[in-house]
Design a binder for this molecule. Structure first.
Ligand code: NAD
Length: 262
């Protein structure tokens, strides 16, 4: 699969890791559909990229909101003549919180629901609703490939830290979905790859305190720095282009293993 001549749908595409993918797709002759709640950033990105990008406001936690943008995406694909080639569900939130606080109060279920409904349910629902269009795309190349899905897990899928119970649950589930999704979709010529990044520079990590950042740096092997969104986008591109990558979770972390305490 190549970006060129195809349309890729990127949720959370207005910022951070998703935005780096959108830029890479458009720079390589593909079209990108940006789905995000952040209208300001979404519109800015379309201004920057021109006709190869389209922004639709979408809340991936809301199944009707997804249904509406899937319809708009299918119509845009018909207008441009660039068939769907893949889905990158990168919308996500961190929202750390201890499962039990010092006063023996458990975290509200609404806080857990929020993280699960965006990171897990939102990922699965977006894929689910786009799949009929992706599976109907014309096959390409010698393998008759129709598309690639690249999901975003996290180091927290393997080494969740304090306060990350809900986040780790959401990302561990995304990692666990990878193989059964690949198995379900192989008959349609659709591959599934998940990337599990460690700390990357983005709006999500911009608010980390110096203490937390320094603590995380201590756990890093090499290089001792946060990843760059372009490095994430480079692996996404490889996952799109390399037909043998399927049903796998790839850590992108410079050998970092998240410690118990910072
Ligand atoms: N930055 C990191 O260190 C890091 C590490 C591991 C995994 N991740 C994952 O990477 C993904 C991208 O995160 P990022 O670092 O680029 O953060 P980011 O905050 O820069 O981007 C996330 C985007 O998702 C959007 N979003 C949030 N809720 C949404 C919703 N309900 N519907 C639609 N869009 C929504 C936000 O508006 C934002 O534009 C997330 O899934 C995150 O969990 C990030």
């Amino acid at each position: 699969m190549k970006y060129s001549g195809r349309t890729f749908v990127v949720s959370g595409g207005a910022s951070g890791l998703g935005r780096a993918c959108v830029r890479d797709i458009c720079a390589d002759g593909g079209n990108a559909v940006i789905l995000d709640m952040n209208e300001g950033l979404g519109n800015d990105l379309v201004k920057e990229l021109g006709a190869s990008a389209k922004f639709f406001v979408c809340d991936v936690a809301n199944t009707d909101s997804i249904a509406a943008v899937v319809q708009s995406t299918v119509e845009w694909v018909q207008q441009t003549g660039k068939p769907l080639g893949g889905i990158i569900p990168a919308a996500g939130v961190g929202r750390p919180g201890l499962i039990l606080d010092k006063n023996l109060r458990p975290t509200p279920i609404s806080a857990i629901d929020l993280v699960l409904s965006i990171n897990l349910r939102g990922t699965l629902d977006l894929i689910r609703q786009l799949l009929p269009a992706l599976a109907a795309a014309p096959p390409s190349g010698p393998d008759n490939e129709r598309g690639v899905i690249i999901m975003v897990a996290s180091s927290a899928a393997f080494e969740g830290q304090m306060g990350q119970v809900a986040y780790a649950a959401s990302k561990g589930a995304v990692a666990a979905m990878t193989l059964p999704l690949a198995r379900d979709l192989s008959r349609f010529g659709i591959r599934v790859v998940t990337i599990a990044p460690s700390m990357f520079d983005s709006a999500m990590t911009a608010g980390l305190s110096d203490k937390v950042r320094k603590g995380l740096e201590k756990a890093m092997e090499f290089p001792v720095r946060a990843g760059r969104p372009e490095e994430f986008a480079a692996l996404v591109r490889q996952a799109v282009e390399n037909g043998m990558l399927n049903g796998v979770v790839i850590r992108l972390d410079g050998a970092t293993r998240m410690p118990s305490k910072l």
